[in-house]
Design a binder for this molecule. Structure first.
Ligand code: SAM
Ligand code: SF4
Length: 324
């Protein structure tokens, strides 16, 4: 599928739920959010149907996200259903990792290819501060379980906030030598009026990485690279990625479209345009209608986002409600 600017759209990011067992300060307010009724979430049957229709028209990469996707009951079955669709070539998940220690093996067996796990600091106290309720040990066990299960590549997402210290970066340098993990530093995006102090810049993090005597970062490529720019240290197993939605946007190469847990197509993470597909499906839309709704959403993709002047007219959604 093509959008109005000639960009090929082959990647669908699906938010499975708006619920989460963490309260990350950059993603939702401390008191949590107003949750969608279960009856208003897309059912697994509806999600699989959408993926099937789009996969017949060139969408071959799927990412399951949230909220925390693994808190929704039946996720293994959903992974199995999507993974068995012939034209889905890459099935990935973004997770906070807290439930991976028990689920990684079954997810892999069901057809999940790879995971991105969020780890913003490896200091247990600061981890508790940023995630509200998260236990660092659970997440690190989840990372180990993902590697052991053969989910590959395992990517660690680190949002640049005040809780990331130089010592964390040293830990990540050690990890890329021990394991084939890709550690991605992501600029904090001011979405949903969250109260958090941005942390070190990408430039500072690069300096920290190179200060451990392992040499300079060398450009590298990575499977499912997406918007990150990847680098490697000499003879490291894993790599570092830098994602700069704020300081240097990558919209010209955008290949994605999003589906929210409550059944809205979102042409762009950072715009408020939403197209209601759930109501149409529940009113009897056929596969052709579903495709048409996505094509109309693609026509509404803007050439680039404008984070400096966000479009707030349709109200504020937090990241956990959109699916980061
Ligand atoms: N619960 C899962 C997790 O935390 O990985 C998946 C959903 S979360 C919304 C997806 C990704 O968005 C995470 O890597 C998270 O760190 C990132 N994220 C959330 N809010 C963000 C923000 N304001 N700026 C940048 N990244 C953000
Ligand atoms: Fe939950 Fe992920 Fe948002 Fe953290 S970033 S609150 S884990 S959805």
């Amino acid at each position: 599928m093509l959008d109005a600017y000639g960009r090929t759209i082959d990647y669908l990011r699906i938010s499975i739920t708006d619920r989460c067992n963490f309260r990350c300060a950059y993603c939702m307010p401390p008191e949590g959010i107003h949750l969608v009724n279960m009856a208003d979430l897309l059912t697994f049957e509806e999600i699989v149907r959408i993926v099937r229709v789009l996969s017949m028209h060139g969408v071959n990469k799927i990412r399951l996200t949230g909220g925390e996707p693994l808190v929704r009951r039946g996720m293994i079955d959903l992974v199995r259903s999507i993974g068995s669709l012939e034209k889905v070539e890459d099935l990935a998940m973004t997770t906070n990792g807290s439930l991976l220690a028990v689920m990684a093996k079954d997810l892999k067996a069901a057809g999940l290819d790879r995971v991105n796990i969020s780890v913003d600091t490896v200091d247990a106290v600061r981890f508790g501060q940023i995630t509200g309720a998260g236990k660092l040990a659970d997440v690190l066990n989840g990372v180990k379980a993902a590697l052991a299960a053969g989910l590959a590549p395992v990517k660690l997402n680190v949002v640049l906030t005040e809780v990331l210290h130089q010592a964390d970066v040293q830990y990540f340098v050690e990890q890329v030598y021990k394991y084939p993990v890709d550690v991605r530093f992501i600029e904090y995006m001011p979405i949903g009026d969250c109260q958090i102090q941005p942390g070190a810049s990408i430039w500072t993090v690069k300096q920290w990485i190179e200060s451990y005597g392992k040499g300079k970062l060398q450009p590298a490529v990575c499977k499912g690279g997406g918007p990150a720019k990847y680098f490697r240290l000499k003879q490291s197993l894993g790599s570092f990625g830098f994602i700069t939605p704020v300081s240097e946007h990558f919209c010209q190469a955008c290949n994605r479209i999003r589906l929210t847990a409550d059944g809205k197509i979102k042409p762009c993470l950072l715009a408020n345009t939403e197209i209601d597909i759930k109501t149409a499906m529940r009113a009897g839309a056929n596969d052709f209608d579903i495709l048409n709704l996505f094509e109309s959403a693609l026509r509404q993709k803007s050439p680039h986002h404008n984070l400096q002047q966000p479009d707030r007219e349709a109200g504020v959604r937090y990241m956990t409600q959109i699916g980061g």
